[in-house]
Design a protein around this ligand. Structure first.
Ligand code: FPP
Length: 242
């Protein structure tokens, strides 16, 4: 079929990743789990760069540390935050050069102070960029996010509560809902990630472990998404849920 007859492509404004399989990637190679995290961190910018530059996707979100991940061994948690700190130190200049706004979702107050410092610095220095946004979920859990939003509601918002009012209190208030959620490593679940924002998201599950998920794998995920039809509960395809 010629391209002039093909269905309109669904817009892709926001792609979110559940970066899973670092531990299994390492185990496959008889390495410590933390080696998988180290390798996984290296993939982040390859994927983000391809998404921003080639696909022109304005919002990318990464699930890096969930509220449930605190139950991991202390050593592993320490390594994860050390990797996060190192990544921010190395990549801050790239974020600035490429005018990428850095955002976080989740409760940062529980994070190690050294991680909080570099996070605050990066958030502040990139706050005015608006073309591309890279959001990292840190100590994030959707259930905690909803409880926090409810506690924040004013009495007038509470009285005639609407989704619009509630969503203004979510961490994602200034970020559109994800069009596509990609989870690596073969697991097929949300694990407390963006539960409300995913109401109409498309899902893409791949058996590839995150450290093996590069720019080519991203192309496959995006091409797969672009072949889909989204209806948002309607009977006809629609371009978005606005
Ligand atoms: C999933 O693999 C990975 C994580 C829970 C942590 C990933 C986050 C980092 C390495 C922090 C760095 C983040 C940034 C943004 C630089 P898993 O350990 O659950 O793998 P498994 O399911 O195979 O055990």
């Amino acid at each position: 079929m010629s391209s002039s007859h093909s269905a309109p492509k669904p817009p892709l404004k926001h792609i979110a990743f559940i970066m899973d399989g670092n531990g299994r990637w390492a185990k496959q190679r008889q390495l410590a789990r933390t080696e998988g995290h180290k390798e996984g961190v290296k993939r982040i910018f390859d994927v983000a760069k391809r998404a921003f530059e080639h696909w022109n996707i304005p919002y990318i979100t990464l699930y890096a540390f969930s509220t449930e991940n605190w139950s991991r061994p202390k050593y592993e948690i320490d390594v994860i935050f050390r990797l996060l700190r190192g990544w921010l130190k190395r990549k801050k200049s790239t974020l600035l050069e490429n005018k990428i706004r850095f955002r976080t979702i989740g409760d940062l107050s529980k994070l190690p102070k050294t991680a909080q410092e570099i996070l605050d610095e990066t958030l502040r220095e990139t706050a005015d960029f608006n073309e591309h946004t890279l959001t990292v979920a840190l100590n994030y859990g959707a259930r905690e996010e909803v409880l926090r939003a409810i506690r924040e509601l004013s009495s007038s918002e509470r009285e005639h509560l609407t989704w619009e009012a509630l969503s203004k209190h979510l961490y994602t208030a200034d970020i559109p809902d994800p069009d596509l959620i990609v989870r690596t490593s073969g697991e097929q679940r949300l694990s407390n990630f963006l539960l409300l924002q995913a109401a109409y998201s498309e899902f893409y599950f791949t058996p590839t472990y995150w450290p093996d998920f590069g720019a080519d794998a991203l192309d496959e995920a995006v091409e797969n998404y672009l072949r889909r039809t989204r209806r948002f509960g309607n009977i006809e395809p629609c371009s978005d849920n606005a």
